[in-house]
Design a protein around this ligand. Sequence first.
Ligand SMILES: [Zn+2]
Ligand SMILES: [Zn+2]
Length: 254
Amino acid sequence: MSANQRPRPSEETDSSDESGILNERVLVLVFEFLKWDIHSLCQTASVSRRLRAISKRILWKNLCFYRAPRMVGALTGQVSSNVRIGGGWPALAKLLYFCCGCQSTRNFPINEQLPGHFVNATRFSKTSGQSFLTKKCRGDLLYVSDPCEHPPTGAREDDLGIYRGVFRGFNRSRTRACLISRQVALEESTRCPYCRVRVWSMTAARLIPRSAAKRLGSDGGLEYFVCLNGHFYGACWLVPLSSEEEEEEDDEEV
Ligand SMILES: [Zn+2]
Ligand SMILES: [Zn+2]
């Protein structure tokens, strides 16, 4: 190799402080190879402050777009690049893969607290989301998951269903406008399990339509919350289904 074929020093030292795994492009390639495995990304983000920052800025967003392209595209109105999302990308990634469990609340008392857990696959649907909105708010776009079924606890024999979801552009949504105009108070002690901000109880706000229980296959015992960033989660008692529901065309399994 002659002198003028060698890489110039400036090219060699371009990323001297971002060598190997700390180089963002290398990290993206590694995670593409790993098909954006969430467990690997959780581990990577907990190694150092530097990797946590890179994950927060780039990797969690890429994971969301890779694992749920249609849903995340609909939520952001874009296909990739410099786009933000309410509550941040780590919170959305957690929402895609983590059932938040259930705590006893004043409107939905249960005997024991159920811890959250990772889930392998979840189907999110915007048609399902419409069932959780009152008529006035149906112009909003809300994705909601199928309920994660937990075995009976205490005296009750029904399964407990825990579900989660997310609004598009919650700050401009009809649901938020409705909560504000009704002067619904934020819950005192409950925080969003995905982004830790305060939440509204839709039960307390009397904004739960009958279609929600029907959609979930519940006898009506249910509660759900919406946080200031537009994350949605709740629990219900499930009654045994008599027939299988048809597949939705707009759903996305992540
Ligand atoms: Zn669960
Ligand atoms: Zn939240």
